[in-house]
Design a protein around this ligand. Structure first.
Ligand code: ATP
Length: 573
């Protein structure tokens, strides 16, 4: 397929906001796509080159993209920079300057989808000494053959700013519509995606051998989308909802999905990044497990020998980075509290009820530093309340109540797991949001060039970020310095394309960093766009930063519907 066709659909997607219209546009495009091209197309729509657990980053900052634009259009770097200041979007800069280009290059040829995709992969794979110059050259080569509209989207993909509000759910709908004419295949496609987390791969299998989608099974080294927990405000509400349940402590550690096949072990974070190198001690222990093939999940925590208690997630990770992995492994012994098992020796366990999975867990764990997360079987509210209070006394975050009959709900926030956490003011939980902008410091904070953050949550029905708080407190001086340092590197001239906002910060930034925020309660405010109805959206009252959540990707932040749910729970409490 010619890339021109893709770029034309991308342009129309940009002008469309309704999910149904987007689905139709994509479904039409998929109908014209061959089984050999569908995988690359899906990745490009997602603005990536591969599944999240395969590290294939473009590795080109804005400056280098501008150099490629300059070299392929015959404009000076200064001219490109000035236009970027004006337009605030490298895609529009590349498009405009290509339109103005006087000479067409001799080697110009029509770009195909495959050529664009594999050229971008080549850029991503170019590393080592002198790689920046090569990357600039390779990108300029693509621009040399590109039409202006094609260049708009290529520049944005390389810059990580391709955002037209098409989320994975819309792509799944469109795949189904492209073959069945309706959404009837959506559920099986979604399940396949949730257990391998690679939409490109799912689409390729769907195009090559659609019957295989139903038979999709969990496999080592294809991490599943993590199961997520719902919230309820009280122990009574939990028992009312799921009755007799398994209750575990909620550890504030680092969630790891562990895969073993023979001697090979990989560990994945909550955002499905490979973390194996950070935990050599766990890897050694996992290698010793009896089954040849096993996939399980747990929460990793470092133990403080002196104080005889576990460090929080933040401290566990910080220590490892600061003091080196080997030293930290010796000084801060690590434990993994294993809480679920998803596959053993080729058998997919995700459809089995928790009580059966639990039996298998108990068969293989504990094993050395791999501990078993203790489970209490609870039927009565009072007992649940006691366990919760005990957990808080032990400085834990709270508890997880689990439905013993539920399957593993990969990628879904369902009542299979319910969390009950310590409250902050009237609020029953903290919110994780993505930083979309920041404010300059005033008064005593002027010297930090940092005075606060603009925070957004994710509306997964609209595939848009929506602002929910301006955070001015909770920062130490060191944090202000380091936040300014990381955020100033990702400043953008314009707000993120997939953000709905009313309030403007001093600087916009790429939505990259996730922070956890405590607050007193959720209110309605005319300033924010979260769940906007009429003039008012939801807002956090007295928001204060707790910590950076490096284990979460921007789209894994709290959703607008969760904020609405917390607002409702506040009233119930
Ligand atoms: P939070 O922000 O409350 O930590 P989250 O947004 O990371 O939660 P949730 O789905 O709300 O994710 O809560 C589930 C998380 O709780 C899991 O991601 C896991 O890291 C953590 N957790 C701690 N203890 C357990 C446990 N015993 N069983 C399952 N998950 C646990």
């Amino acid at each position: 397929m010619l890339f021109k066709k893709v770029a034309e659909v991308f342009e129309r997607l940009e002008e469309t906001s309704g999910r149904l219209d987007m689905t139709d546009l994509l479904a039409d495009l998929f109908k014209k796509t061959s089984k050999d091209e569908i995988k690359s197309l899906i990745y490009l729509i997602q603005g990536t080159l591969s599944a999240p657990y395969i590290s294939l980053e473009m590795g080109m900052g804005e400056k280098f993209i501008m150099e490629s634009i300059a070299s392929s259009t015959g404009h000076s770097k200064k001219e490109v920079e000035l236009l970027y200041k004006k337009k605030g979007d490298l895609g529009l800069v590349a498009e405009e300057l290509l339109k103005k280009k006087k000479q067409t290059s001799l080697s110009k040829r029509e770009l195909t989808l495959d050529y664009v995709y594999y050229s971008l992969v080549r850029i991503a794979k170019t590393g080592g000494r002198g790689s920046q110059d090569l990357k600039i050259k390779y990108l300029a080569d693509i621009f040399n053959s590109a039409e202006p509209l094609e260049a708009r989207f290529i520049a944005r993909i390389v810059n990580g700013s391709l955002r037209f509000g098409v989320g994975d759910p819309t792509i799944l709908d469109a795949l189904s519509v492209s073959k069945a004419g309706d959404k009837s295949l959506r559920e099986e496609l979604e399940r396949a995606f949730n257990i391998c987390s690679d939409l490109g791969h799912v689409a390729e299998v769907f195009f090559t051998n659609p019957k295989k989608i139903k038979k999709f099974r969990v496999e080592p080294f294809k991490p599943l989308q993590p199961a997520l927990a719902e919230r309820l405000p009280t122990p009574e509400a939990i028992i009312k909802k799921i009755g007799k349940c398994g209750v575990e402590h909620k550890f504030d550690g680092f969630r790891l999905q562990c895969h073993k096949l023979g001697e090979q072990v990989e560990l994945y974070s909550r955002r499905l990044e490979v973390m194996t190198h950070m935990f050599p001690d766990l890897v050694e222990e996992i290698k010793k497990l009896k089954p040849k093939e096993i996939i399980f999940e747990g929460e990793a925590l470092a133990f403080d020998r002196k104080k005889k208690r576990y460090f929080s997630f933040q401290k566990t990770m910080h220590r490892r980075r600061k003091h080196g992995i080997k030293k930290a492994s010796e000084e801060l012994p690590l434990n993994l509290f294993v809480f679920d098992i998803l596959q053993v020796d080729g058998e997919d366990l995700t459809e089995k009820p928790l009580k059966e999975r639990r039996k298998l867990l108990e068969k293989y764990f504990p094993s050395g530093i791999l501990k078993l997360s203790e489970m209490f079987i609870v039927e009565k509210t009072k007992k649940l309340e006691n366990i919760f209070n005990e957990a808080l006394k032990e400085n834990l975050e709270g508890i997880m109540a689990k439905d013993l009959n539920a399957p593993y709900t990969a990628g879904k926030r369902k009542f299979a797991w319910i969390k009950l956490k310590k409250s902050y003011g009237k609020s029953v939980d903290t919110v994780d949001g993505v930083i979309v902008g920041y404010f300059l410091g005033r008064g005593s904070r002027a010297r930090f060039e940092f005075g606060g953050l603009l925070l957004a949550v994710y509306n997964d029905e609209k595939s848009k970020f929506e602002t929910v708080a301006k955070i001015g407190s909770g920062f130490t001086e060191d944090e202000m310095v380091s936040l300014e340092k990381i955020l100033s590197k990702i400043k953008t001239e314009k707000p993120p394309a997939d953000l709905d906002y009313k309030i403007k910060p001093d600087f916009w930034v790429k939505p990259e960093y996730v922070v956890e925020v405590a607050f007193d309660e959720i209110t309605k405010s005319p300033t924010h766009t979260c769940g906007l109805k009429g003039e008012k959206g939801y807002a956090l009252r007295f928001p204060r930063m707790v910590e950076l959540r490096e284990d979460k990707s921007p789209k894994q932040v709290t959703t607008t519907s969760e904020v609405a749910e917390m607002f409702w729970m506040q009233k119930k409490k």
